[in-house]
Design a protein around this ligand. Structure first.
Ligand SMILES: NC(=O)CC[C@H](N)C(=O)O
Length: 197
């Protein structure tokens, strides 16, 4: 399997390390040609306005949308914002997934937090029964899932922090910053699956 990690800005290296640990070939994507031959793509956390601006400057917007139409995609944090169809205040986004997302919904950098989540979608994986420890860094909130998008994880108060639509996955938090590789393994399952949206 060969997975791309959008490497314009943000935590792409950490995703690469996790994927390589799982025996996956990783390609850093900076130009449209880098998408060639990939089986899936991860959009990392970072600063969504910067990622969006660089994606426009590097003529990546249309190639990314075309790639997403055929492949699995996973956005973490800023990457999730970049995939959303609707963001609180307009900025360059791919506008793919039927979710409404609010940036920095939990407050400033100092309000970053970690918490355990119950994620039913991970239960079938090896080691899947235990709670998932999630790291939130100036995280966005998935305010609504629409169409065929569905929530995968919520905070105890019901706020949505992970969602899936066909082979598209978004998480408000950063699985690449923990030792727990279950979300990466779940994504690799989506890459290999033939889910329809
Ligand atoms: N950890 C992150 O990716 C933070 C996302 C950032 N606050 C944004 O709005 O783009």
């Amino acid at each position: 399997m060969r997975i791309g990690v959008l490497a314009l800005q943000g935590a792409f290296h950490e995703h690469q390390v996790m994927l390589e640990h799982l025996g996956v070939d990783v390609v850093q994507v900076r130009l449209p040609a880098d998408l060639e031959g990939l089986d899936g793509l991860i959009l990392p956390g970072g600063e969504s306005t910067t990622i969006g601006k660089l994606a426009v400057d590097f003529d990546l917007m249309d190639p990314l949308k075309a790639f997403a139409a055929e492949h699995a995609l996973w956005g973490t944090c800023a990457g999730a914002i970049f995939m959303a169809r609707k963001v609180g205040r307009p900025q360059p986004v791919l506008g793919l997934m039927d979710i409404v997302i609010e940036r920095n919904a939990f407050g400033r950098q100092v309000a970053s937090f970690e918490t355990d989540l119950d994620v039913p979608a991970l239960r079938h994986l090896n080691g899947g029964g235990k709670a998932y420890h999630a790291v939130f860094i100036r995280a966005p909130l998935i305010e609504a899932v629409q169409g065929t998008a569905e929530a995968l994880a919520t905070l105890p108060d019901g706020r949505i922090v992970a969602a899936r639509q066909g082979r598209w996955l978004v998480t408000s938090f950063h699985p690449e910053l923990t030792q727990d590789d279950r979300f990466h393994r779940y994504f690799l399952e989506l890459v290999q699956s033939k889910f329809d949206r």
